[in-house]
Design a protein around this ligand. Structure first.
Ligand SMILES: Nc1ncnc2c1ncn2[C@@H]1O[C@H](COP(=O)(O)OP(=O)(O)O)[C@@H](O)[C@H]1O
Ligand SMILES: [Mg+2]
Length: 391
């Protein structure tokens, strides 16, 4: 009855009917704009791909591969390069098992070894009741019995720099062969945090077995950015959807943010916006509007990786009018959360290393040098991302 009442008097031509005519889409294939899409054409990274392949090659002969450390700013193709090499390895042989771990998600030794376990046995070890030791033993036994070589990629390894996790993880992986010489494990560490030197974070006894081949991923040059985005446009949109001047605008904005992801995300958003306006092409105006959202991609990505109390501290920092001394900030944080100084300090280091805040020494303080904490983003942007997460 209610429904009859609601539908009576509704005009015959519903607006939603137009919205449903999505065969009018500008996109040939929207997948090309998803950030985890692995591009078929991966150009401008030949040197890095070659270095990764050469390092993995011993594994194909049943020998321990060469460890690697891939570093470079965000959006320079590190994750993609490693995933592509892994794909090649898997197509070529099953005697080498590549395991990709995203340390933003799996940030403890147990979680990381669970990922390895899952890849080898096709199911997850139970969360409780199984010790790390048992999981580790089953993994090494499997590798020996099946004569397989393991390559583990630890992506965004900087997320393991707290609470000494990185040393525990690398120690277990790299010294696995001490259990038995037949265990062969290689590690590919990937880091976007250029402010931290691995050699400073790692224990000497870990460093002495890690000895990675360093592979650097520099920022793409302007012409390279254009080339990569042009490729996406060609595959993802129908012809003539993106005029040259619009593409140039997007390239400009990638240069400004120095993150290719901003450009890829922007192309998708502008496409959606042009579609909604029922246009057959993307206009400069779409870029201006959509950029407002895309520029927060990095911030959103980082904030989503934080735990609740880490977000609380970030919010507290955003609420400060100006720089704040670490000691003063701690007092406020402690009042709110009752967490101790060690945890506070760990969170500060984490927020610093993922580039959400700056922590500079003042050079002066009552008891030696003090740190001053400052947000690297506009407070409004941080609040808006945090608010978006609550919903
Ligand atoms: N050379 C390239 N060709 C095509 N797409 C690329 C290239 N380099 C990076 N990308 C794309 O840019 C985005 C960021 O790359 P990613 O590998 O995640 O960078 P990083 O791990 O260094 O932050 C991904 O969507 C990826 O597909
Ligand atoms: Mg990455």
């Amino acid at each position: 009855m209610q429904r009859d009442h609601l539908t009576s008097g509704v005009p015959q031509k519903l607006p939603s009917k137009d919205l449903l005519q999505w065969d009018q889409t500008l996109f040939k294939d929207e997948r090309y704009f998803e950030l985890d899409y692995i591009p078929e054409h991966f150009s401008h990274r030949e040197t890095q791909m070659r270095a990764l392949t050469i390092a993995a090659r011993p594994a194909l002969r049943g020998v321990r591969p060469i460890n690697c450390l891939c570093s470079g700013p965000h959006g320079t193709g590190k994750t993609t390069a490693v995933l592509k090499v892994f794909e090649e390895i898997e197509n070529y042989t099953d005697s080498v098992v590549p395991v990709y771990v995203n340390c933003q998600i799996d940030a403890t030794r147990f979680a990381i070894f669970s990922e390895i376990y899952k890849k080898l046995f096709k199911y997850t070890p139970p969360d409780s009741g199984v010790s790390f030791k048992r999981v580790f033993k089953k993994i090494t036994k499997y590798l020996i019995d099946q004569e397989k070589v393991l390559i583990v990629a630890l992506d965004d390894i900087n997320y393991l720099f707290y609470e000494n996790t990185v040393n525990k993880v690398l120690y277990a992986l790299l010294r696995a062969h001490e259990v038995s010489a037949e265990v062969k494990v290689g590690v590919i560490a990937i880091s976007s945090d250029l402010s931290v030197e691995m050699s400073k974070v790692l224990d000497p006894r870990v460093m002495s077995v890690f000895l990675p081949e360093e592979i650097y991923f520099p920022l793409y040059k302007r012409a390279e950015v254009r080339d990569i985005l042009e490729d996406r446009v060609r595959h993802g949109f129908h012809a003539n959807v993106v005029p040259d001047d619009v593409l140039e605008m997007v390239v400009d904005l990638v240069e400004e943010s120095s993150d290719l992801r901003v450009g890829i995300d922007l192309l998708r958003k502008t496409g959606v916006r042009a579609e909604i306006s029922a246009r057959k092409y993307i206009a400069a105006d779409d870029v201006v509007h959509s950029h407002e959202k895309s520029r927060l991609v990095h911030l959103t990505y980082s904030i989503h990786s934080l735990r609740a109390e880490e977000r609380d501290l970030l919010k507290l920092i955003a609420e400060q009018e100006a720089k704040i001394k670490a000691g003063d900030l701690y007092k406020k944080f402690n009042e709110e959360t009752h967490l101790g100084y060690t945890r506070f300090y760990d969170i500060i280091s984490k927020l610093d290393s993922i580039r959400l805040i700056n922590t500079d020494f003042t050079g002066r303080g009552t008891r030696g040098r003090t740190r001053e904490i400052q947000l690297r983003y506009e407070p409004e942007d941080v609040f808006s991302v945090l608010a978006g997460m609550d919903t």
